[in-house]
Design a protein around this ligand. Structure first.
Ligand SMILES: [Zn+2]
Length: 162
């Protein structure tokens, strides 16, 4: 295969139960995938998305959260295990505290909110991604995979997260 021409960027969780190519039934060359614990984007992750939309011409970015996410569960405990895992917990702290006491299922609410926060961050990322959203029809949407049912909800967050 000469070069690559993926049609979507997936920002997903490293969780072994959530492999984007298998969930979305796609093969080699179809998806440009960034996976981190808790589907969090740091500078390198953002740079990876930028590369795909600027240089590969991808016009769809899907931020994929999921049920039973260990990173979100760890952040909800408020404890820090030490080492680099603390970076994961710290990145989720604000999201987690915003749902605390405000939802029956805090894990589910935090996981969904985490997706929507990342969608908004990407949409407003200056200058290049925001520009592509406004002028080139780049779509950035959130999705949620339920490990129990095997279903992907897409898009999530039209209006308010549930
Ligand atoms: Zn996860």
């Amino acid at each position: 295969m000469k070069g690559q021409d993926p049609f979507a960027v997936i920002v997903g969780c490293s969780d072994s139960r959530v492999p984007p190519e298998i969930l979305f039934d796609h093969g080699i060359g179809d998806l440009f995938v960034i996976r981190t614990a808790g589907n969090i984007l740091d500078g390198i992750g953002m740079g990876s998305v930028e590369y795909a939309v600027l240089h590969l011409g991808v016009r769809l970015v899907v931020v994929l959260g999921h049920s039973s996410c260990g990173a979100v569960a760890a952040a909800l405990t408020g404890e820090k295990p030490g080492g680099h895992q603390d970076s994961v917990i710290e990145a989720l702290e604000e999201t987690v505290s915003s749902v605390r006491g405000a939802a029956d299922d805090e894990h589910d609410a935090a996981s969904r909110k985490n997706v929507l926060v990342t969608v908004e961050r990407l949409r407003n990322d200056e200058p290049s991604i925001r520009n592509l959203v406004e002028k080139e029809g780049l779509e950035i949407i959130g999705a949620y995979y339920d490990i129990g049912t095997g279903r992907v909800e897409l898009p999530i967050g039209k209006g308010e997260s549930s």
